[in-house]
Design a protein around this ligand. Structure first.
Ligand code: ACO
Length: 263
């Protein structure tokens, strides 16, 4: 049986992809289960510094599998629906707080439930040719599974409202303009751009990366005072994890810069 998730590690980058191209990488319960296993396997591997999430074929992910995730579980009853939701939400949450920095490489269709893992990745680079849609309204449902929260968090209110109410698709450039993704590049250059970005992340202190990515997500919901306090404590906690890395970083900045200035 073909695996629903593909992955390989090359030069400290874990390339993970949805692997149901015939179904436009729709997220079935089997895929959700497998993705959590793959994330588990890669998270603390010393040869992995960055994780990239992409899709096989011409889709990133067409969202939840309308047949296997929705219809088949609904037929079995509420317990089956809740179990399927737990599996999907579990890996998205795992990805939101992943140990390594993550990049969504959006190579094609990205719909509905696909916004969950899109948001879970720290950074997102899309192909200009990719298409994004909150198509739920076309199916007579509201964008659930976190999708409305993702759009309300990332996109200005008027654009978020338009996107959710019309169900119209937007391209990669518009998704970048709306800040659903960091930037859009031509599909032909997508992997090169993502590799370049991953290599930048690989030069950073991994303890500082994890502390920083968590901080960016956490402080959004805090008052200034609470954020200030959280950040002091987060830095102190990171220091105790990796004092040498921090000292070396500061030493390089002060000593090497001062030697450059004087030398
Ligand atoms: N769930 C289940 N199967 C899907 C899904 C999905 N979300 N998306 C595509 N597929 C399947 C199709 O049923 C079809 O299967 P088949 O070959 O066995 O008939 C196959 O993938 C190919 O789909 P096509 O529609 O033929 O592919 P095309 O390239 O023409 O269009 C597109 C791609 C635009 C992604 C289209 O498939 C589509 O609109 N899919 C639904 C997207 C969507 O609305 N997702 C949100 C679901 S709701 C939610 O996530 C909360």
């Amino acid at each position: 049986m073909t695996s629903t998730v593909k992955f390989h590690v090359e030069d400290r980058i874990a390339w993970v992809s949805f692997n149901r191209p015939d179904k436009r990488n729709a997220m079935s319960p089997a895929l959700n289960r497998r993705m959590l296993e793959v994330l588990d396997e890669l998270e603390f591997r010393p040869d992995v510094g960055v994780l990239v999430l992409s899709g096989e074929g011409d889709a990133w992910s067409a969202g939840m599998d309308l047949k296997e995730y929705f219809r088949e579980n609904e037929a079995k009853g509420l317990g089956a629906t809740r179990a399927a939701q737990r599996e999907a939400y579990a890996w998205w949450k795992r990805l939101r707080w992943y140990q390594k920095p993550t990049i969504a490489m959006v190579n094609g269709w990205c719909f509905g439930g696909g916004y969950g893992p899109l948001y879970a990745c720290d950074l997102a680079i899309a192909a200009e040719e990719a298409k994004f849609g909150l198509s739920e309204i076309n199916w007579g449902i509201l964008p659930g599974g976190g999708a409305t929260k993702v759009v309300a968090d990332l996109v200005p209110m008027r654009d978020a409202m338009y996107h959710a109410l019309t169900g119209e698709m937007i391209g990669g450039a518009k998704a970048a303009e709306w800040r659903l993704v960091n930037e859009a590049v031509p599909l032909a250059g997508l992997k090169a751009r993502v590799t370049e970005l991953a290599k930048v992340l690989l030069t950073k202190n991994p303890v500082a990366l994890k502390a920083t990515k968590d901080a960016v997500r956490r402080v959004r919901e805090m008052t200034y005072e609470n954020a200030e306090d959280y950040l002091v404590r987060a830095q102190e906690a990171a220091n105790s994890f990796d004092n040498d890395g921090r000292k070396e970083g500061i030493r390089q900045f002060i000593d090497e810069k001062s030697s450059e200035q004087t030398g």
